[in-house]
Design a protein around this ligand. Structure first.
Ligand SMILES: Nc1nc2c([nH]c(=O)n2[C@H]2C[C@H](O)[C@@H](COP(=O)(O)OP(=O)(O)OP(=O)(O)O)O2)c(=O)[nH]1
Length: 188
């Protein structure tokens, strides 16, 4: 069923094969379609007790909290994009950035899957500063405001906070309603 998957990451096909029976048809159609993934980055500073998030000040998701990141632009690597977006949105540079996990989002109202590369860092240079886009706020690990975050976040933050590498595939209906997901922890 998943033999024709055209994703960059073969693990997505393997995850789906393991869970195909339960995956909604739109998730499989999305991932088996011709569209390459839209690549995005997300950087979350985690000092061991707290995470640094930004409150989005404008546009889609206004008022919601997230790490810092955005689309990977032509000619840059995922790492370069992660560093650029962190500087643009929070005015800081991570000193010990590492890959924390990968999330693939599928939508019943958009055939293109989104592939978000999540990074963590404990140290940074500069002072987190409010920008046009984001207002930085620290949250204790036990007080991460999931009711004001994307619906998938509550599922993968536990692995993130425990420094476990994670891979997730998520299915959203009508852009924001999370209807199906699988999450696997650890390297494959
Ligand atoms: N926590 C979390 N982050 C997500 C999810 N989906 C998703 O795109 N993101 C992240 C990835 C990016 O960091 C950010 C979306 O990027 P963006 O559209 O603001 O990209 P951008 O800064 O390049 O956009 P723009 O200013 O050019 O409009 O949200 C999700 O479900 N959960």
């Amino acid at each position: 069923m998943c033999a024709a998957l055209s994703l960059r990451a073969p693990w997505v096909g393997r995850v789906l094969q393991r869970h195909a029976a339960a995956a909604p048809a739109f998730v499989r159609a999305n991932l088996e379609g011709p569209q390459t993934n839209k690549l995005l980055t997300l950087v979350i500073i985690n000092d061991g007790a707290r995470v640094l998030l930004g409150r989005k000040k404008r546009g889609f998701g206004e008022g919601y909290y997230n790490g810092f990141g955005g689309k990977v632009e032509a000619g840059e690597t995922v790492w370069q994009a992660a560093e650029r977006e962190l500087l643009e949105e929070a005015c800081i540079t991570a000193e010990d950035m590492k890959e924390a996990g990968v999330l693939v989002f599928t939508f019943d109202d958009n055939p293109q899957p989104w592939e978000v590369h999540v990074f963590s860092a404990t140290k940074y240079r500069g002072e987190p500063t409010e920008t046009d886009e984001m207002a930085p706020v620290w949250f204790n690990h036990a007080e991460v405001p999931f009711d004001k975050m994307w619906a998938d976040d509550v599922h993968w933050y536990p692995a993130f906070l425990q420094h476990k590498y994670f891979r997730g595939v998520f299915g959203f209906r009508e852009t924001t309603k999370l209807t199906w997901h699988v999450l696997e922890e650890g390297e494959e």
